[in-house]
Design a protein around this ligand. Structure first.
Ligand code: 13P
Ligand code: SF4
Length: 359
């Protein structure tokens, strides 16, 4: 996809852009709502009517009544989900159309279909409950809905596991192997009950015995931001700052989550910082924009990034600028909103509605 912001918006000063955004918000009044994910840049978050994690923002989108325009400052799968969860009269815009999610791209429709076809021999949807992480394209959410499954986020993954195991014997979880694995351990599964489906290999690289024995088939996918964190980082930070609190996102590998004091969604992490006592030292394993915002917000606490050396930035979340936001708000009639068409929309909605019920 090619996207180039008109020169006028590229070259405006921050001051001018901020004034224009404020004026557009004023003009559009309660017909507009701006949703901002916790990983957005500080200046973008400043314009959010709501700031949240992917679960919370979907819920807010679904609850909108009189609003006509939803501007979703986040990544593509989030705006797409908001469109599915709202009625036809509402238009959802993604200010920077290039903001995708590399993890979501690790589960391609054709690969997932091939895996599912293979799993049909092991009982298909009589045996396997598909759970699709929110970070997937709409077509995969529709596949999940069609087969009776649900969408989960890091906020409701534990509840999703419980819900799914109450209904079927095994789970087919995609695309984040780490969230899937961490949720399985939390649910009480043994490591050997979870296997990784490697989509680049025939039969996922698994033997029939492995599939027979497994309770969860995990897609081989990951987030490049969260897999940067290591157990060594946690050990080092504990040595350097005795008493430090370590909080991480469950997209981090198991050994990191295991050594941390707490793990949870982006909303959980922000609440963790808010609740920590004044004077607390907190090392966070997630995206840098959230961490910087927390450090900025709670000056009475020492808040910093866990690894201390890498810069865990989500380049896709970072794409959205106030230049994009100003352009979107001033050109709503010209820009194509995100629209998911039937039958994908209806099938994906089934899975997303279950997500909202199961929390
Ligand atoms: P949350 O659901 O916790 O907001 O996370 C979304 C995400 O993309 C994390 O990398
Ligand atoms: Fe995707 Fe990772 Fe960015 Fe989240 S942080 S949007 S999972 S690439």
């Amino acid at each position: 996809m090619y996207f180039s912001l008109p020169k006028e918006y590229r070259e405006s000063t921050n001051e001018d852009l901020k004034e224009r955004i404020a004026a557009a918000k004023e003009r559009l009044g309660n017909k507009l709502v701006i949703l901002a994910h916790h990983y957005q840049r500080l200046e973008v978050v400043g314009f959010g009517d709501y700031i949240g994690d992917s679960y919370g923002l979907s819920k807010i989108a679904a609850e909108q009544k009189d609003v006509e325009t939803i501007v979703f400052c986040g990544v593509h799968f989030m705006a797409e989900s908001a469109d599915i969860l709202t009625d036809e009269s509402k238009n959802v815009y993604l200010p920077n159309p290039l903001a995708g999610c590399p993890m979501a791209d690790m589960a391609e429709m054709a690969d997932v279909m091939e895996a599912w076809e293979y799993l049909e021999e092991f009982g298909g949807d009589k045996t396997f409950m598909p759970i699709s992480y929110m970070n997937t394209a709409a077509g995969l959410k529709a596949f999940t809905g069609r087969h009776g499954g649900l969408i989960c986020t890091s906020s409701n993954a534990d509840a999703a596991y419980k819900w799914a195991f109450e209904r079927r014997k095994k789970l087919f979880f995609f695309p984040d192997e780490h969230l899937g694995y961490n949720s399985g351990i939390k649910y009480g599964l043994k490591p050997e009950e979870m296997v990784i489906w490697d989509f680049s290999r025939d039969g996922g690289g698994l033997t029939t015995e492995q599939i027979d024995r497994a309770r969860v088939i995990l897609w081989k996918g990951h987030c490049h931001v969260h897999t940067n964190f290591t157990a060594e980082h946690v050990r080092e930070v504990r040595e350097k700052y005795p008493g430090v609190l370590v909080v991480v996102h469950p997209e981090c590998p198991r050994e990191v989550v295991e050594l941390a004091d707490a793990a949870g969604s982006t909303r959980f992490i922000t609440e963790y910082c808010a609740k920590a006592p004044s004077g607390a030292t907190i090392a966070i394993g997630t995206e840098i924009n959230l961490i910087n915002r927390m450090a900025h917000q709670y000056l009475d606490k020492k808040i910093f990034e866990l690894s201390g050396q890498t810069c865990p930035v989500c380049a896709n979340m970072y794409r959205t600028t106030i230049n994009d936001l100003a352009y979107t708000l001033e050109n709503l009639g010209e820009i194509k909103p995100i629209k998911v068409k039937e039958p994908v929309r209806g099938e994906a909605l089934l899975a997303l509605e279950k997500m909202l019920e199961v929390n």
